[in-house]
Design a protein around this ligand. Sequence first.
Ligand code: ADP
Ligand code: 5GP
Length: 184
Amino acid sequence: MTGRLIVLTGPSGVGKGTLLKALLANHPELYLSVSATTIAPRAGEVDGVHYYFYDRDRFEVAIAAGALLEWAEFAGNYYGTPIEPVQAQLALDRSIVLEIELAGARQVAKIFPDALRIFILPPDLATLEARIRERGTETSEAIDRRLEQAKVEIAAGNEFDYQIVNDDLQIALAELEKLVTNAE
Ligand code: ADP
Ligand code: 5GP
């Protein structure tokens, strides 16, 4: 197996986290990058597991120190990928998955042109909105910002190597699994 950088992008609420959880359960050999962010932990989110929760000063120090492979501002907060685990996994010839938004995915494509870049699409915008609202983790203002951003992201979906529509979860999971295992 050769290590590959795998980038998963798609609008907030499309089901990236749900798909990745199932993918990693079937493929314990895959390593999921834990991002740094300035958002406050949501219910059930644990520092170092779901995200590394930084304040803005600490995040800016990490940027200045070159500790992030990529970073972006999304809906008013910073998000970024710590570079060290990425380098460590690839040095061991192990694949690593980054779940990141569009601007970050574009940065990674420049640094790692061989990365496998997959975009997850919702069946339609109404379904996306219903999923974000049903998840119940965001305020209504944060939901509106995410939906605005979703339109921008979806319009750029064709920049990616592959697109998967997450309508039926099991079908989308099977497609994702096929792409990822073929890449390994
Ligand atoms: P993301 O990580 O892309 O923001 P989540 O994985 O948190 O999205 O999914 C958003 C919500 O949609 C969750 O409540 C999840 O259970 C639900 N969901 C995900 N995939 C599907 C699907 N295929 N069909 C119906 N609901 C889904
Ligand atoms: P959420 O707040 O819903 O967890 O994440 C918001 C957005 O930030 C999602 O599109 C998610 O993919 C993206 N994101 C999470 N981590 C990173 C990261 O390290 N870098 C970038 N560029 N985006 C990220």
